[in-house]
Design a protein around this ligand. Structure first.
Ligand SMILES: C[S@@+](CC[C@H](N)C(=O)[O-])C[C@H]1O[C@@H](n2cnc3c(N)ncnc32)[C@H](O)[C@@H]1O
Length: 275
């Protein structure tokens, strides 16, 4: 396991607390004191300035568009299996598994252990029974050489598998992102989908401010580890998916899922790539 990636862990507490603030199903189970502390510290340190700006999203609005956008694309895909990479303390796996969809949450060992403890301690027994055998957790470093073999087994037999990486690729170096996208494309069957969020540097001054603010928040939450380089523009993102081996790739229209946030300049877009 890469020790450097352990520092990304606190951001999972932050986002889990955001899902709770948004009132999303089962998010209350993963609202930790670490998440609450980070959330309110960031608000006090200057996020309130962004909250007052008419076109810039607050961290909560940015995360809402991202999470609900992925959720809407997942609904459209009608998956028969979901593999979520870097799932952290997200409430999505529990929610979809309770609906009957086999769901595998992948993360580094310390995060998987924290999540399993949280579910055992906080989830009502009826919910634990409902997801038994459908929600599974895998301690895997997605950048490790043996990840491809693991993923091959994980998607075997699925007809409409979807791989998700929410709030994950932005922490990786460009060559690591390319390698991981290549592994996902190679292991998904034809028609399999990959949903992820990616930042591009184009988009004008308001977008640059939004991205700068977002990265400052990430720097704070990761004790200085920070986010990695952005893509230059949409064309570079399209080539990234094509070179990885995906047949098509397009941004997900998140305004459909969050029309109340459509006026905001989001610094990050959700992409759906199809094998
Ligand atoms: C910003 S959090 C996002 C959590 C969740 N996807 C969400 O949106 O709420 C990033 C997650 O990626 C995980 N992660 C970082 N590097 C990883 C790696 N090499 N392999 C697997 N998981 C990793 C972290 O432990 C963390 O849980």
């Amino acid at each position: 396991m890469s020790a450097r990636d352990v520092r990304i862990g606190p951001t999972a507490h932050y986002t889990a607390y955001a899902w709770h603030r948004l009132g999303l199903p089962h998010a209350e189970l993963f609202a930790t004191s670490t998440g609450a502390g980070l959330f309110w510290t960031l608000r006090a340190l200057g996020e309130w300035l962004v909250v007052l700006h008419p076109r810039l999203p607050s961290m909560l609005q940015y995360l809402e568009a991202r999470h609900r956008g992925i959720e809407a694309a997942l609904e459209d895909a009608r998956p028969d299996r979901v593999i979520e990479l870097g799932a952290g303390l997200s409430r999505r796996g529990l929610t979809w598994a309770a609906r009957g969809v086999p769901y595998v949450e992948v993360d580094l060992p310390h995060m998987v252990a924290a999540k399993q403890e949280r579910i055992a301690a906080m989830a009502p027994s009826a919910l634990r029974t409902a997801v038994a055998g459908r929600l599974t957790h895998a301690a895997q470093d997605v950048l490790a050489p043996d990840f491809a073999g693991w993923l091959r087994q994980a998607v075997a037999g699925a007809e409409r598998p979807v791989v998700i990486a929410e709030g994950v690729l932005g922490y990786f170096e460009p060559d690591e992102r390319a390698r991981l996208a290549g592994v996902i494309a190679a292991e998904l069957p034809p028609g399999g989908r990959f949903l992820c969020d990616l930042r591009a540097a184009d988009g004008g001054a308001a977008m640059r401010v939004a991205v700068r603010f977002l990265k400052a928040g990430i720097f704070l939450a990761t004790s200085g580890r920070g986010a990695r380089a952005d893509f230059t523009d949409e064309a570079e993102i399209r080539s990234f998916f094509a070179e990885a081996g995906f047949r098509t790739a397009a941004p997900v229209p998140v305004e459909r899922a969050t029309p109340h946030l459509a006026r905001l300049r989001q610094g990050v877009r959700i992409w759906e790539a199809v094998r």
